[in-house]
Design a binder for this molecule. Structure first.
Ligand SMILES: [Zn+2]
Length: 308
């Protein structure tokens, strides 16, 4: 969808001299968009429209009137729309990274198609295969808020290297970051989640903690970060600190995104977490950040609030 959208935009930019071929492509793209929307991703297009009002008559032809935040429809498998819309190999990022339900999970839960991809979408709807464990976990050479050499320091190799670069870059700007929690096995997530449920009840726990098997921390691509003093580690008061501001401004340069941004709770299903960053690679990180969208919107995946 993204590529077609860009294609449409660039075609419109030169609309005075559209070739017949361009018009045909546009028409085809519009058709695909319409098909995709009927598959259930209208909200995301609406959201994109609010970001880029100048873009795409093709989107307007779909007649979507929803605005961002009005996300009341039940979640629908985005796999169909991804397949319909993209139909291309998108920069070799492994996109789309979601696949049809394997039928083994209840309700609307599905399994991420390629958990090994750095661009994998894991959220309340798309979980990891049973007992998934990344194969290339390493210890990034950065300070943590604790000294033990334990699992939660680990990240996948590529993400770890990017993290090291990012911490070094921050240091040059006088910002001293520390890791709080990175990789978490499903087993660890299970005991953590159960503890939260005990404390706050299931519904509240789900707004800030992932159901086991649905945590980005299990991918080895996500990490919670704080300032080196460890103050407000993984807490709301981290927001607005100079470390949080630095991350917001620079994380994408190193291939990370603020995964649960402010104001996107209805899309990500999580409250604002300025400390939780996710490695997706530089290209996607820059795209997502410059557009002010979430990974869900990037993939035109439907909102996930309320599921599972
Ligand atoms: Zn986190």
């Amino acid at each position: 969808m993204k590529n077609q959208r860009e294609e449409i935009q660039s075609q419109e930019a030169g609309s005075g001299k559209k070739s017949r071929l361009a018009r045909l492509t546009l028409a085809a793209a519009a058709l695909m968009l319409t098909a995709a929307l009927s598959a259930g991703c209208s909200k995301d297009n609406a959201a994109s429209n609010t970001k880029t009002p100048e873009s795409s008559s093709a989107q307007q032809t779909t007649g979507t009137g929803a605005t961002q935040g009005e996300v009341t429809e039940p979640a629908v498998a985005p796999s169909e729309s991804s397949g319909t819309e993209t139909g291309n190999t998108n920069e070799g990022t492994g996109k789309p990274d979601t696949t049809k339900s394997e039928g083994k999970s209840e309700g609307l839960k599905e399994t991420a198609a390629d958990p090994e991809s750095e661009a994998v979408l894991v959220n309340k709807q798309f979980g990891l295969p049973d007992d998934y464990e990344p194969k290339d976990l390493v210890y990034p050479d950065v300070p943590f808020t604790f000294s033990e050499k334990i699992d939660k320091r680990k990240m996948r190799k590529e993400a770890a290297a990017a993290l090291e670069e990012m911490f070094a870059g921050a240091k040059q700007d006088g910002i001293y970051l520390a890791g709080v929690s990175a990789y978490r096995s499903k087993k660890t997530q299970t005991s953590l989640f159960n503890r939260y449920v005990k404390k706050d009840g299931l519904e509240k726990a789900k707004t800030y903690s992932a159901v086991p098997g649905y945590s980005e921390h299990q991918t080895g691509l996500a990490i919670d970060v704080s300032g080196s003093d460890g103050k407000c580690a993984a807490e709301s008061c981290f927001g607005g600190t100079k470390e949080a501001e630095w991350l917001k401004a620079h994380a994408q340069e190193y291939g990370f995104i603020i995964r649960y941004p402010e104001g996107k709770e209805s899309i990500t299903g999580y409250k604002y977490e300025p400390w939780h960053i996710r490695y997706v690679g530089k290209e996607i990180a820059q795209d997502v950040t410059s557009k002010g969208i979430t990974l869900e919107e990037y993939y035109d995946a439907v909102q996930v609030t309320g599921t599972p």
